[in-house]
Structures are given as structure tokens and as C-alpha cells.
Write a protein of this length. Structure first.
Length: 189
């Protein structure tokens, strides 16, 4: 990872990512369920993935399909746990808002593979379609999140949100769009 951001170590770069996506002091113990809201009465899919070794958990709440059953009306990713888990969830939520359902599932699989890869394995660019779809700052942040592979004890913290997101959208993988007009930012918890 040397050379990407000057002389910063992977630890410093990862901390930079965490600071960008996680602000401490969010409401503790807030319910992961989607509260009643006009136009978003309840979550159609709610998936929770938990790291049994440390207690971190991530809940993905996905709203009902949009017009013609394509896409979602709302998406929330609620993370409870360490700063790495929460930052990863916030990044996953921000990224999902920019992608189709197929791309979300593909990116989730890719991120899990990258984070859990051997430390010595060199990073390669995301698949062409994804790297063309996502803004440069998001691509850089996804690359920074991959640095967690250098901290084996934190890998699972970083993959929880991607696992939950993939599971929430797996059944809809054949769809080709996501209505992001009502994506709700809720990852700071």
C-alpha cells in the first residue's frame, strides 16, 4: 500500500477511512427496524449478520420494490459495534445508493473476497463496469477498506455489512435498478 497516499502506513490510511465514515456519539441502542414513515411503511427485507466473536452486528433494511417491482424505496444499514464495522457499513450504504441490484451483489462478493484475501495478495482494480459506475472518492475508499486484510482480527468487522447487503439483495439479483431517491443514511449508530 506504500506510495498510494505518500508515506502513510496502512494503519493511518484505514484510520483516515474510519474518520471519514464514522462519527462517534450516534444514538446508542437505536432500533434497527425501519420506523413507520409515509411512503415507507415497513421493511420488506431485514437481514442481520452478527460477528459472534466480538458482538458486532449489521442489519440491512430494504424497502419494497419500486415501480414494476424494480429497485427499492428505502435502504438502511444499521451497524452496532466497532468503528471499522460502522465505517464499512456507511461505505456500503453510500455505495449501494449508486448501483443496480446486480452491481450491489457483485460488489459485495468482490469486497468480501478482497478483504479476506491473503495479505500479500496485490490489489487489482474493481471490475470495469463497477469502476466506471462509481465516483473516484468511493473507489478510493473501497480500496482503503481493503487494507483491513492487514488486520486479521478486524476482517470480519469489515465484511459484516457486505455480507448482510448481499444477502438482502440476493433474491433481487435479477433486477436491474434501484430507486435511490429515498435512500436513508443511518449508519452512524
Amino acid at each position: 500500500m506504500s506510495g498510494r497516499a505518500g508515506d502513510k502506513t496502512w494503519e493511518e490510511l484505514l484510520l483516515e477511512l474510519v474518520r471519514r465514515y464514522y462519527t462517534p456519539g450516534g444514538p446508542a441502542g437505536a432500533a434497527p427496524k425501519v420506523p413507520p414513515d409515509p411512503g415507507y411503511p415497513e421493511a420488506v427485507t431485514e437481514i442481520t449478520v452478527t460477528n459472534r466473536s466480538c458482538g458486532d452486528s449489521v442489519t440491512v433494511c430494504r424497502g419494497p420494490g419500486g415501480q414494476g417491482g424494480c429497485g427499492v424505496q428505502g435502504l438502511r444499514i444499521v451497524a452496532r459495534g466497532c468503528a471499522v464495522c460502522k465505517a464499512s457499513a456507511a461505505l456500503a450504504e453510500s455505495t449501494a445508493a449508486l448501483l443496480s441490484v446486480q452491481e450491489i451483489v457483485s460488489l459485495c462478493r468482490e469486497m468480501i473476497a478482497r478483504i479476506t484475501a491473503a495479505r500479500e495478495q496485490e490489489s487489482v482494480a474493481l471490475p470495469g463496469a463497477l469502476s466506471c459506475t462509481l465516483p473516484e472518492d468511493i473507489l478510493r475508499d473501497l480500496e482503503l477498506l481493503e487494507l483491513v486484510k492487514n488486520a486479521p482480527g478486524r476482517r470480519r468487522c469489515a465484511t459484516l455489512s457486505w455480507e448482510a447487503l448481499a444477502e438482502a439483495f440476493a433474491e433481487r439479483e435479477s433486477s436491474d435498478c434501484v430507486d435511490t431517491s429515498q435512500v436513508i443514511r443511518y449508519s452512524e449508530i
